[in-house]
Write a protein that binds this ligand. Structure first.
Ligand code: FPP
Length: 245
């Protein structure tokens, strides 16, 4: 059965965020090294982007590398960054052809010139595109994002560019890396882990959470559509009661 037909196209989430977990375990199950899992994970990334395009998702945020991931063995980190640079470079024409805008969120400090150049180039190349916004969280941590926002706010107050009493939720959001990006409607985490791992802590306040045991390299179009269907079964009350909706 075509799962896509079960989706109500008028009620798809505007923004889907994904914690792509389980590449290492997927590889281990096959007696391969971890980077083999990351490579297959990159194929899932492409499959999910295509699926998101099909159903008119406007924002897709993928957690590719957290600040905490630097603690992994250097060999894995290096291989992961090589894979990321290669994927970004190789897929830039796919992004252009499909009217996808590419954006990076995270800390620039600590990233090599190679990756910074690749990110900047593809961001510039696609900055007029508007079918799908593809946001890659790379060298990202939510607590540091919040601290950076607080520092910028303090500085703006000190310089007379912001008034203390004007600070509200909307103003605060503008100081985050995700400025101008709506909060996620749906968060998907693969591999059976049930935690947020320092990802979009502020932005996930009212997000529907979806956890699946499927490992990321096995997560493809069908799994993505299943998550969307489950999302459409949920009632989002935002603090209200059912009868008020
Ligand atoms: C988590 O699995 C995955 C990552 C830390 C990396 C995600 C990167 C990719 C899927 C590569 C391609 C990405 C793009 C955006 C082109 P894990 O290594 O933590 O798995 P484990 O928990 O089983 O060890």
């Amino acid at each position: 059965m075509d799962l896509k037909r079960e989706i109500d196209i008028n009620k798809v989430p505007t923004h889907v965020a994904i914690i792509m977990d389980g590449n290492g375990r997927w590889a281990k199950q096959r007696g391969k090294d971890r980077i083999y899992g990351h490579k297959e994970g990159a194929n899932s990334v492409k499959a999910v982007i295509k699926a998101a395009l099909e159903i008119n998702i406007k924002y897709l945020t993928l957690y590719a590398f957290s600040i905490e991931n630097w603690q992994r063995p250097k060999q894995e980190v290096d291989a992961l960054f090589n894979l990321l640079i290669q994927a970004i470079e190789q897929e830039s024409s796919f992004l252009v052809e499909n009217n996808i805008r590419f954006m990076h969120i995270g800390i620039k400090q600590g990233l090599s010139m190679d990756i910074l150049d690749a990110l900047k180039r593809v961001e510039q190349m696609t900055n007029k595109n508007d079918k799908l916004n593809l946001i890659i969280a790379l060298n990202y941590g939510s607590r540091i994002e919040i601290i950076e926002a607080v520092k910028k706010i303090a500085l703006d107050i000190k310089n007379g560019e912001l008034i203390l009493d004007d600070i509200n939720e909307n103003i605060f959001s503008e100081y985050l890396f995700t400025k101008n990006i709506p909060d996620p409607d749906l968060l998907i985490r693969t591999s059976g882990e049930i935690r947020i791992s320092n990802f979009l802590l502020w932005q996930l306040s009212y997000t529907e959470l979806y956890f699946t045991p499927t490992l990321w390299p096995d997560f493809r179009e069908r799994d993505f559509y299943e998550a969307i269907i489950e999302y459409q079964r949920r009632e989002r009350r935002f603090g209200k009661i059912s009868e008020q909706l």
